[in-house]
Design a protein. Structure first.
Length: 463
């Protein structure tokens, strides 16, 4: 699955830190009455936190939203968001993550613009779930309505230039917001935004075959085959991983080890290229020990996503994939005879369907992304699209060859799914455009943004 990599244990720890921060907010001074004014916005409650990074102030907010922006009788729900504040006279970055927002979210554009930032939890993710949990209202148009209402509210406090920014699914959400409410922000920067076609888009798989060098794709297929052929040797490591995470991170596992292995093996080529870490690109020889094979496999494919915890967390995203956003296909011709559990003939896209909400009708609507792309091509001005050459999702990137807008699309050689503007050879083109669109000088970033993830533990059966 092409999800943003998140460590679930980090989410649990972070929730505790937020609770402590909220508790410590009692009695804090309120310079300029900012906290009071935020709390006076219609349907907004705010708790002040100890700010992350170098921001002056930070707020955890619950924002009332209509379940259906076209019909108020459907009721309301609360949507969690975080505000990083420096100056009311400064620009604002509307950060659409596409999933749950966290207090330590920091977008690259926020640093580039020296801006304030609003991070918003996408509807139906933890912190923004309508009471009835009816997926009927989980659409891109409804999510765009959420962003629009937030912009309207907070422009009372932050009237200056606004920019929206998102990564992957969040980038697509930012672009959809522009489609329905084009005047809410001055500009948009979308990173690795996928424009998939249908529930089984083969373009990413075909693209993988074209970018592979030195028979890499043949090595990938051989690696997949050996994992299934040596199933009895690999499964003890899968079981060990499941037990380890159950004990140390309290993961729950409903899928059995055989099925987890098969799903992860199917996902391996896409994950290998999406997160093309230089330390991981050397695929082990198929004659290596099971421990070496599993170690590489585990470093590339996030097995955590097949735990109940992650399946539940990402369920809204899978639903969106199967109804509006589309899904990546899998190349299985070379391994289909080795799949003991996965029934390729009994589904449209097995890997997505098994993780989707059960007993919920999912009918794919191709008009949603078609309409979005048509609008972006003809009317989507002041937009930057950034992609990495090695990312399979780049095969689905929007086509701007018609030249009807001033939008910019850059594809950086040698970069994968996780890209930063400072890595682009033509970054100056983006900074110059943003300076024109935003109405002030945007200074180039001088170094990569973000914190390296801790090295994942190596599982040994002897431990």
């Amino acid at each position: 699955m092409s999800f943003k990599r998140i460590v679930f244990g980090h989410l649990i720890v972070l929730s505790g830190l937020l609770f402590i921060s909220c508790g410590n907010s009692n009695g804090l001074e309120d310079p300029g009455g900012l906290r009071e004014r935020i709390g006076n916005l219609k349907g907004v409650t705010a708790v002040e936190l100890v700010p992350y990074y170098n921001f002056d102030r930070e707020f955890l907010m619950e924002i009332e939203q209509p379940v259906d922006h076209q019909d108020s009788s459907a009721g309301i729900f609360t949507q969690r968001a975080y505000l990083l504040h420096n100056s009311e006279s400064g620009p604002m970055v509307l950060a659409s993550g596409g999933y749950e927002a966290f207090s330590d979210d920091l977008h690259e554009m926020t640093i580039a613009l020296n801006a304030n930032q609003l991070s918003v939890t996408h509807r139906y993710f933890s912190g923004a779930v309508p009471g009835n949990g009816d997926y009927q209202y989980l659409t891109m148009e409804q999510a765009a309505g959420d962003y629009h209402r937030i912009v309207e509210l907070f422009k009372e406090i932050y009237p200056e230039s606004w920019l929206s920014s998102g990564f992957g699914k969040g980038g697509l959400a930012a672009l959809s917001h522009r489609r329905f409410y084009p005047d809410d922000v001055e500009a948009t920067v979308a990173y690795s935004a996928p424009f998939l076609s249908g529930q089984n888009d083969f373009r990413p798989i075909d693209y993988i075959k074209t970018i592979s060098e030195d028979s890499t794709y043949e090595k990938i297929k051989m690696f997949q085959e050996v994992l299934l052929r040596r199933r009895s040797e690999i499964l003890p490591y899968v079981n060990y991983f499941m037990n380890y995470t159950a004990y140390n991170y309290y993961y729950n596992w409903s899928l059995n080890a055989d099925l987890i292995l098969e799903l992860a093996v199917m996902d391996y080529p896409f994950e290998y290229w999406s997160y093309h870490d230089e330390d991981l690109i050397e695929i082990p020889d198929t004659s290596e020990s099971a421990e070496i094979l599993f170690d590489h496999f585990y470093q590339v494919v996030t097995l955590d996503y097949l735990s109940d915890d992650y399946i539940n967390y990402f369920e809204p995203s899978v639903y969106q994939s199967m109804t509006e956003l589309g899904a990546v296909a899998y190349d299985t011709d070379h391994i289909k005879d080795s799949l003991m559990i996965v029934d390729l003939d009994g589904s449209v896209n097995y890997n997505y369907e098994i993780l989707a909400p059960q007993d919920v009708e999912m009918i794919y609507n191709p008009d949603v992304l078609t309409d979005l792309q048509n609008w972006l091509k003809g009317d989507g001005n002041n937009i930057v699209y950034l992609y990495g050459e090695l990312d399979p999702i780049t095969s689905t990137a929007i086509d701007l060859s018609g030249g009807a807008t001033n939008a910019i699309k850059l594809i950086q050689t040698g970069e994968d799914h996780y890209i930063g503007i400072e890595n682009f050879d033509e970054a100056d083109q983006v900074y110059n455009a943003l300076s024109n669109w935003m109405g002030f000088e945007v200074e180039p970033l001088v170094k990569p943004v973000g914190i390296d993830a801790d090295e994942r533990p190596i599982f040994k059966l002897s431990e």
